[in-house]
Design a protein around this ligand. Structure first.
Ligand code: SAM
Length: 473
């Protein structure tokens, strides 16, 4: 693999990547935190390659480096351990000239203020180099790249298919675009991509294009004019499902009132907005999230795509120039806990989307830190929250209306099991079978897996509310 030319004056990417790894492994920071707070550590393609690659193979590299150390390093020298992991990653998983990989790692120790570690890094990496030369190519074991508890849980749930799933977790995810039909037609956008020599494959629906090579989003044609958004194909299924339900389970012939209850940063919300607009369906779209900064991101993303947002004003509050319903072309936002009633919006909804907070275990390809940071305890904290959201929001679905529950998780604990305990308590809820060309049916919904290479892992379940039920809102 060719190394990218660093575009900044930063001295040695290994130093930055070691620091990033230490933030993740010692302080429990996420890649998202690094993107938001230490973006210099991801400054170049080389930084990204080294950080993502080392995270993907962290556990096996840790075992490899450990087996070449005469004694374990002190906890305070985790940064040195990380430099060696980066070096071992390059020796093991890339085509870089080996002496260059080793020399850069040796140099990094000085920049970390630990010149004493030069000899150690050199010795360990050269020893690994000799081992690799003397061994025939090793087939990496995807299980060894996951914590034991996670590998056991996946095996328990998916049986033999768990190995493929864990192998898929180590692949690079494709970059899929969603063309914004409110700005440009699919045909015109495809022509623009071709003119820019950006190759893609189409489908499974007209607005989805998967690029052969990921690109910086800002370099895409029409990016600043809102011609497209970057959105995993699995995430795009949410709006396909919502549109299907709205067609099949219409609650009346008036304006549809729709709620995205966990909306930020708005990927699914704006996709739905675009589909409703293009289909000419009269609607009012409402969005909740309990994090104000994420709602600000949502509004900013909406502006780029040409979608207006407005903050909801309670009609009873003072000094308000409140419009009770907002305007059809604008999405009404409010920052609130979707698990608590009353909701800020004085509405009952024809359909609600709950894209629930979850472990993100379906997105490990894109977020390889998840497998290292997630614990069984953290997984077990999710379902009660997910059930709370589902139970509360169900009250706000109109009789005859629908609710879509989704996660980007592959664990049944956050998916079918949440739905199962909900169904036991809510006899007015009925599962609506889902028909999509992606994913496989589970007891109550549809599970998409990265094994299909096209999508991240997502779960979808659609519920309809008995028409005769009296809704309490
Ligand atoms: C999976 S993300 C949503 C992604 C979004 N639907 C999209 O497609 O871009 C889950 C969101 O739920 C929000 N959230 C978590 N707990 C919440 C709660 N109790 N009430 C409302 N939103 C919540 C988080 O802040 C986060 O933005």
């Amino acid at each position: 693999m060719a190394e990218a030319t660093p575009t900044t004056q930063r001295p040695n990417a290994r130093v930055d990547v070691s620091r990033a790894l230490t933030q993740i492994m010692r302080h429990g920071r996420t890649l998202e935190w690094i993107r938001g707070n230490r973006s210099q550590w991801l400054a170049t393609a080389l930084h990204q390659e080294l950080l993502f690659g080392t995270l993907r193979h962290y556990l096996s590299l840790q075992a490899l480096v450990g087996s070449h150390l005469k004694k374990p390093l002190k906890p305070r020298d985790l940064d040195i351990m990380h430099v060696m992991l980066v070096g071992a990653y390059q020796l093991n998983h890339t085509q870089i000239a080996e002496h260059a990989a080793i020399n850069e790692c040796v140099t990094a120790s000085k920049a970390l203020g630990k010149a004493w570690a030069k000899g150690l890094i050199n010795a360990v990496l050269r020893s690994i180099q000799r081992q690799l030369l003397s061994e025939s190519a090793q087939v990496s074991d995807p299980r060894g790249e996951h914590p034991d508890w996670m590998a056991d849980l996946l095996t328990n749930q998916y049986g033999d298919a768990a190995t493929q799933l864990m192998a898929a977790n180590n692949q690079r995810a494709p970059m899929t675009l969603r063309i914004n039909p409110c700005v440009i037609s699919t045909a015109d956008y495809k022509a623009q991509l071709k003119a820019a020599a950006i190759n893609f494959t189409e489908g499974p629906w007209p607005e989805a294009l998967t690029l052969e090579q990921p690109q910086p989003a800002a370099d895409l044609p029409g990016w600043y004019g809102g011609a497209c958004a970057v959105q995993d194909l699995g995430a795009q299924c949410a709006s396909q499902i919502m549109m299907q339900l709205l067609t099949d389970h219409a609650t009346g012939d008036g304006t549809l009132r729709l709620l995205d209850a966990c909306a930020a940063p708005g990927g699914k919300l704006f996709h739905l907005k675009e589909m409703l607009t293009v289909a000419g369906i009269a609607h009012r779209l409402y969005a909740l999230d309990n994090k104000a900064n994420r709602l600000e991101d949502l509004a900013r993303i909406g502006r780029r795509l040409g979608h207006r947002t407005e903050e909801y004003h309670d009609q009873h509050s003072e000094n308000t120039n409140h419009q009770d319903d907002g305007q059809e072309d604008s999405v009404t936002l409010s920052c609130a806990d979707a698990g608590e009633s009353p909701l800020p919006f004085n509405e009952a909804f024809d359909a609600i989307l709950i894209d629930a907070p979850c472990t993100g275990s379906g997105t490990i390809r894109r977020n390889p830190d998840i497998r290292l940071l997630l614990s069984p305890q953290a997984l077990l904290q999710q379902p009660p929250q997910q059930q709370r959201l589902l139970q509360n929001l169900w009250q706000h679905v109109k009789p005859g209306g629908t609710l879509v529950y989704s996660t980007c998780s592959v664990f049944a604990e956050e998916n079918d099991q949440v739905i199962q305990s909900f169904l036991v308590k809510n006899k007015d809820a009925h599962v609506v079978p889902l028909h999509l060309s992606l994913g496989h049916p589970t007891r109550h919904g549809l599970q998409l897996l990265p094994t299909n290479t096209l999508t991240d892992g997502f779960f979808y379940c659609a519920l309809s509310k008995a028409p005769s039920t009296v809704s309490v809102s």
